[in-house]
Write a protein that binds this ligand. Structure first.
Ligand code: HEC
Length: 289
């Protein structure tokens, strides 16, 4: 529509004999041919988009809260029984790399060569496949290549999953995320709290010789950080059981010179006091409860 003009003005269209009438039925007419049916991008269209976006986002949040991601236990490098698996959409690649000629000596072919050929041909496809035909059955080469890829992906995914199930069966294992869910459910049914695997196990040992005169020094100097019961807090390690971890010499060194966030007590405490304190600390063994 001609904007900014007097709308009463009669619009006269003039034909041009040099411009051929288009006979491409696929090209949609211009939006100006639908007066009142188009809308402004800002704010009308954008607001609608935002609204849809918000609804989708809130829905997604609710879904994620109701159905949390199935997590295993925190990573443990010493757990040799753990079977690492990629997410489902990578299973086909995972399985693919198990075959000879794309693994071991040929690993470069599997990880770089073949993916480069596949993605490269995808990039080149518009240049190689320039046919005008749109119907898939009229484009046998492109269609069959795509079909083949799809079938291969589905096949590899299924084989990979099957292999994983067999491995679990042989090892008599339950996947960690299922076991963890199960434990949480059991705890809930027993009316207990959900087990928290990110928290370190509580120190159960208690202080040895809590009435030792050294405790008086500790009460003055150390409990601000290492807590009143010396069991530590946040970033401050527990001193209960510290005798298992450090020798008397190491204790003297840590207390005298400090270490990391631990201040030096060279100037605060006399050598005698440090000796008294560390002798007592070296007796702090968790085993004696
Ligand atoms: C300002 C806070 C602070 C005070 C006060 C403090 N510490 Fe520490 N201490 C720390 C921090 C932080 C660490 C951990 C250092 C590290 O990670 O290297 C630590 C570590 C230690 C360790 C080593 C523990 C281990 O498991 O390796 C010992 C022993 C120790 N402190 C003894 C003491 C004694 C004894 C006193 C009192 C005289 C004291 N600390 C006072 C902050 C403090």
């Amino acid at each position: 529509m001609a904007h900014g003009h007097n709308s009463n003005e009669k619009v006269v269209y003039v034909g041009d004999s040099r411009v051929k009438k288009s006979n491409h039925p696929n090209i949609p007419p211009d939006y100006t041919s639908f007066p009142g049916k188009s809308e402004a991008f800002i704010p009308n269209f954008l607001l609608k988009e935002w609204m849809v976006g918000c609804v989708v986002l809130v829905g997604f949040l609710v879904w994620v809260i109701a159905e949390p991601a199935p997590l295993g236990y925190p990573a443990d490098p010493t757990n040799a029984a753990f079977i690492p698996m990629p997410d489902w959409y990578f299973l086909f690649l995972y399985q693919f790399l198990k075959y000879p000629y794309v693994s071991q000596d040929y690993i470069l072919l599997g990880t770089v060569g073949i993916p480069a050929i596949l993605f490269g041909s995808l990039l080149l496809a518009p240049f190689l496949d320039t046919g005008k035909e749109r119907r898939f059955y009229r484009r046998p080469i492109a269609s069959s290549l795509m079909g083949l890829t799809l079938v291969a992906c589905v096949y590899l995914t299924v084989v990979s999953w099957d292999h994983y199930q067999h491995q679990l069966e042989i090892n008599g294992q339950v996947p960690e995320h299922i076991e963890r869910e199960e434990k949480a459910r059991e705890a809930a049914e027993a009316g207990k709290e959900r087990p928290n695997y990110t928290q370190k196990p509580a120190v159960t040992a208690s202080l040895v010789d809590a009435n030792d005169p050294a405790m008086a020094i500790a009460k003055k100097q150390c409990i601000g950080c290492h807590a009143a019961d010396l069991k530590g807090q946040a970033n401050f390690p527990s001193l209960v059981g510290v005798g298992d971890r450090l020798t008397k010499e190491q204790l003297v060194q840590v207390v005298t010179d400090g270490r990391g966030g631990m201040p030096s007590f060279k100037d605060t405490l006399s050598a005698d006091e440090i000796d008294q304190l560390t002798t007592w600390l070296s007796k702090q063994k968790a085993a004696t409860e």
